[in-house]
Design a protein. Structure first.
Length: 568
């Protein structure tokens, strides 16, 4: 297990891009603040020594006033530095979490669909949420670590200066206690990882049941769903119980060790001074007690913080597989899209995958020519490979083998070069519980005329007129029930907006639930509005084929033939 503090510091610094100088600045301010306040017990102890030694009352009053002035100034100076440091620390932490989750989402979106099939979305959501919050909480409280280390080492130095033996005892006992904490936390770290995995399974159950609530209610699965949730939730309880007991043993050992250290040093000092001088210096005794107490409290705080950091590090590590797999399977950012191309040629395309039922599917030795501006139809029985080839072209699957050429020039990263210039409209429309505007734009600021144009092309404008608040109608709040065909038309409008900057538009039967009249009109609108785009569509109605200039026939994962003229 790598040191969790160094690991999280490195991650915080990594994702503080653009704010790293600010991070170093606030850490310096925090260190200065804690060095300043460290002298508070020493100043107070010196005041007690001065008063106990006695002397001219006026001189004593003058000295006491000076000490009091210093004691008043120290916390003021502390807060000037500490308060400023905390502002910048919280600001940087906000950006750290944002940039981390941005990187996690980019990694997720770059992974092929077969990866997503093997990794539950609910677990991924839970991992990213936990990891992001862990990084935010750590980055927001780095000042605690600065406070601990400055106080510990500063107190050791001052204890060595006041009484050498006290400093030595404090250092050795702290080192021993720290070793005990490390040994405990090595075991706890493994337990935290296993608990996080169990929590992920619970989160996936909640995600499944809530996102498919219609099925749960119509099939009367409510009791079964709750029962399964409780089963998953309580499954890790034995491990959780062990974790709690072990954690409390750790705290008990730390508390007892620190308490014994403080009592021993104070008792030894009292005995030593009484036997030597017959008088105990209250100032020295207070200074020893105050710094021993600070060592004890800061070490206790360190043990707490270290344990918290171990747990935070475990949460961060739980999402590590997303970034690791992105490095292995993600599409390369160096795969630049071809520009001003006239013809794309795909040769020897192979792909094998297992579906949700563990059934093996294969795409074998497919070669396809894609001229710019072409209208290409894919036809064939269900399961013949049409949708898979479209997914490969878009980049949601990663081909086992393929050679890709643009105007005769080989593209070395294969189909990855095409992903940035293709948009895929899937058959199953995803409609969000939000406004019509949001469903079309996905929250991006888009001019009203472009939205209207997309809705007109998708033949959704007639539906929009019936809605109470037009584009601002909230599907969830208004109880709007869109038919399957209307949902597809709404999703089509979204796809047309998304495809505006794409060279190739892929359509995987996105109008399968639309009536024949509207379906034909939609294709005619799209062809008319996008004369320069290449359109490749999986078609289920043969009546649409005359609209296409090339028809490709698929059968059992193979491309049988491509006719250059549409069938009549």
């Amino acid at each position: 297990m790598s040191n969790p503090i160094f690991s999280l510091l490195a991650e915080s610094f990594k994702y503080a891009k653009g704010h790293r100088k600010m991070m170093i600045f606030y850490l310096a301010l925090s260190a200065i603040a804690n060095i300043v306040i460290l002298f508070e017990p020493y100043v107070f102890g010196q005041m007690l020594v001065t008063l106990q030694n006695g002397g001219d009352p006026q001189v004593l009053m003058k000295k006491a006033t000076s000490y009091i002035a210093i004691l008043v100034a120290l916390p003021i100076i502390f807060w000037i530095f500490h308060g400023t440091s905390r502002y910048f620390e919280r600001k940087v932490a906000f950006f750290v979490m944002g940039f981390y989750q941005q990187s996690a989402l980019q990694a997720l979106f770059s992974l092929p669909m077969e990866w997503h099939r093997k990794h539950h979305s609910g677990k991924n959501i839970d991992k990213i949420r936990r990891a992001g919050m862990a990084l935010l909480n750590f980055a927001s409280d780095i000042f605690v670590l600065v406070e601990i280390f400055v106080t510990l080492f500063g107190a050791f130095i001052l204890l060595f200066f006041v009484k050498f033996y006290a400093g030595l005892i404090a250092f050795l006992v702290t080192f021993l206690a720290f070793t005990v904490v490390i040994l405990f936390d090595r075991i706890l770290f493994k337990q935290y990882k296993n608990l996080n995995s169990a929590y992920g399974k619970t989160a996936s159950a909640v995600h499944d049941y809530v996102s498919n609530v219609f099925t749960v209610l119509t099939m009367r699965f409510e009791r079964s769903a709750i029962k399964e949730y409780l089963r998953r939730y309580f499954a890790p309880f034995p491990l959780y119980r062990k974790n709690v007991i072990l954690n409390e043993f750790k705290w008990a050992s730390v508390t007892v060790t620190v308490m014994v250290m403080t009592i021993f040093v104070i008792a030894y000092e009292i005995r030593s001074e009484l036997l030597t001088d017959g008088v105990v210096s209250l100032g020295i005794l207070y200074t020893l007690f105050a710094y021993m107490d600070r060592v004890g409290s800061r070490f206790y705080e360190f043990a707490w913080k270290y344990s918290q950091t171990v747990e935070q590090n475990a949460s961060l590590k739980s999402a590590e597989n997303i970034f690791n797999d992105y490095g292995k399977f993600g599409f390369k950012s160096s795969a630049k899209p071809p520009k001003n191309w006239k013809k794309i040629e795909i040769r020897n395309l192979h792909f094998t995958y297992l579906d949700e039922k563990r059934t093996k599917h294969q795409i074998e030795n497919i070669s396809l020519d894609i001229p710019r501006g072409a209208r290409i139809a894919f036809v064939g029985e269900s399961g013949c490979g049409k949708s898979t080839v479209l997914g490969l072209l878009r980049g949601i699957y990663k081909a086992s083998k393929a050679s890709v050429f643009a105007d005769g020039k080989k593209l070395h990263h294969g189909l990855a070069h095409l992903a940035p210039i293709t948009t895929l409209m899937p058959q199953e429309p995803e409609v969000f519980n939000n406004t019509i505007r949001y469903n079309v734009t996905m929250g991006v600021q888009i001019p009203a005329d472009r939205i209207k144009k997309a809705l007109d092309s998708a033949r959704f404008s007639s539906v929009l007129k019936k809605l109470p608040d037009s584009l601002d109608t909230d599907i969830a709040e208004k109880g709007i029930n869109l038919s399957g065909g209307e949902k597809q038309r709404l999703a089509l409008a979204r796809g047309l907006i998304a495809a505006e900057s794409s060279d190739i538009l892929l359509m995987d039967e996105p109008t399968s639930s639309v009536d024949m009249k509207n379906e034909r009109a939609i294709f005619e609108n799209i062809f008319k509005e996008t004369p320069d785009k290449t359109i490749i569509a999986s078609v289920h109605r043969l009546s649409l084929l005359p609209l296409f200039d090339t028809v490709c026939h698929f059968e059992e994962g193979k491309l049988i033939k491509c006719d250059t003229k549409a069938a009549n």
